[in-house]
Design a protein around this ligand. Structure first.
Ligand SMILES: Cc1cc2nc3c(=O)[nH]c(=O)nc-3n(C[C@H](O)[C@H](O)[C@H](O)COP(=O)(O)OP(=O)(O)OC[C@H]3O[C@@H](n4cnc5c(N)ncnc54)[C@H](O)[C@@H]3O)c2cc1C
Length: 453
């Protein structure tokens, strides 16, 4: 089925209306091209409807719920605080709907033709939509994203759910076992634990195994405080309606079992074989640094082309792909893709902390005025610079880390030095000062922390 008017031919057809796709479509229209944006489900894709926005909305609500109950030190005695799952569900769904409507409005305002339906390639110059009409294009941009990876023996259905369903519950479950231990598991596990759910995480090795252990240990400490039980080096063997049993024989209570073992590129039903575009051996679409596939008419962006599978990467690639498809000389050559884990405390990373000649300096939040005043000293900033003091990487473990890391991204992209950060006036009292303090410490002139003589 196709909804919306279907043009017969366009300059650029964008397949998938997620963050990558709608950025590409709007920017291509800004460049004067006729554009169709084809989306089979909801504009905004996973990020706005099922992933980034819903998870961060629910994390914020869970933080408020938890903080109100633990605010006696500040003189707040809230009494009996309760959470209504169905009202939270309504808030979370409305937030996504507002954003989805906003994307529709922006597409319309910029002259992008939004077509509702599933796009299938018929050739390198045409698509069939919803099994009916076809549309010819000069260039196509594939932005079909990803889907939750299926775990053998724990296929989705019944009480086994994916991240989308876990972020769409209309009640707070009594118990939840999460299989998988990446950032999605940590975020979902922490938020439900704050609502009072008994959360268990089943980790093949450990939680956040690819991240800096200094940072992860602080997150694990908080998760332990919240009652989250992490089963490390564990393999789930079987399940029933209320539990998961590990290969060790241990049985875990689980009203719900969330399988979060990764994201797989989504190209199902797209008939890529009708074009010259090719997939790699993991199913990602192969592209060059200008995001061109092996088909001269077709580009691809976002989760469907590989790691890092992050919304802001897809957005940037959407802009670049639109420019390339419009005939401009552009390429995807950003130095840094920041990563943020919205854990407690947040972990945010930009660039690298490792490499020859790189020196890392750590500034603890126990020495930061704002953190001390708000009882939020569980964190630090690490800054890495080369022998010429050029900043190469920053890691922030702190409240608002996800916001502050943007400064580090700009610094690294611009080749800023430690002095650039240390000598720029940062607003006081804020967490951003911790980044400035780290730069000062790296230059041997720390004011608020005594590193010894
Ligand atoms: C729980 C969770 C939390 C996350 N939080 C964050 C975060 O905080 N920050 C961050 O940066 N990233 C986050 N991510 C990752 C982020 O969601 C993805 O990187 C991002 O959504 C990828 O965007 P995309 O445009 O590539 O694809 P998607 O958002 O997946 O959009 C693809 C769209 O294509 C459509 N589509 C597919 N095939 C067709 C077809 N044949 N025809 C028409 N339409 C089609 C789909 O319906 C979908 O709407 C999170 C992921 C998860 C799972």
């Amino acid at each position: 089925m196709v909804m919306g008017s279907l043009p017969e031919a366009v300059d650029i057809a964008v397949i998938g209306g997620g963050v990558g796709g709608y950025f590409a479509a709007i920017h291509a229209a800004q460049l004067g091209k006729s554009v169709a944006l084809i989306e089979k489900e909801k504009l905004g894709g996973h990020c706005l409807n099922y992933a980034c926005i819903p998870s961060k909305t629910m994390i914020k609500v869970a933080d408020m719920f938890y903080e109100i109950q633990h605010a006696q030190n500040f003189g707040i005695h809230a009494g009996n605080v309760s959470i209504n799952g169905s009202e939270l569900y309504n808030w979370r769904m409305n937030a996504s709907k507002k954003l989805e409507d906003g994307v529709a409005f922006l597409c319309k305002s910029n002259g992008v033709e939004v077509v509702k339906g599933t796009a299938v390639f018929m050739s390198s110059t045409s698509l069939q939509i919803g099994g009916g009409s076809s549309i010819d294009f000069k260039k196509a941009i594939i932005a079909t994203g990803s889907e939750p990876t299926v775990l053998k023996g724990f296929e989705f259905g019944g009480n086994i759910i994916d991240y989308k369903k876990a972020l769409m519950l209309d009640h707070i479950p009594k118990s939840m076992a999460i299989i998988g231990a990446g950032y999605v598991s940590v975020e979902i596990g922490t938020l439900y634990a704050k609502f009072g759910t008994k959360v268990s995480i089943v980790a093949r090795s450990d939680v956040l195994s690819k991240f800096d252990r200094d940072a992860v240990e602080l997150v694990k400490k908080k998760m332990a405080e919240l009652g989250v039980k992490i089963y490390t080096g564990a393999t789930p063997a079987s399940h029933d309606a209320s539990s998961v049993t590990l290969s060790s024989g241990e049985k875990i209570d689980a009203e719900l079992i969330v399988v979060a073992v990764g994201l797989s590129p989504f190209t199902d039903g797209l008939e890529i074989g009708s074009t010259e575009a090719k997939l790699d051996d993991r199913g990602f679409i192969k592209v060059d640094n200008a995001l061109r596939t092996t088909d001269p008419n077709i580009l691809a962006i976002g989760d469907v082309i590989g790691e890092p599978m992050l919304a802001h990467k897809a957005m940037r690639q959407g802009i670049v792909a639109a420019e390339v498809a419009a005939g401009q000389n552009a390429s995807y050559d950003n130095l840094v893709v920041p990563a943020v884990i919205f854990s407690d405390p947040e972990i945010a990373i930009a660039g690298t902390l490792e490499g020859e000649g790189i020196k890392v300096t750590k500034f603890p939040l126990t020495a930061l005025g704002r953190a001390i005043a708000l009882n939020a000293t569980n964190g630090f900033v690490k800054i890495a610079a080369d022998v010429d003091n050029i900043v190469k990487g920053v890691e922030i473990v702190s409240d608002d880390a996800g916001d502050i890391i943007a400064e580090a991204v700009v610094a690294i992209e611009m080749g800023a030095t430690l002095e650039d950060i240390a000598d720029s006036i940062h607003p006081h009292p804020t967490y951003s000062e911790a980044l400035q303090e780290a730069a000062e410490a790296a230059l041997g002139r720390s004011i608020h922390y005594f590193y010894g003589k």
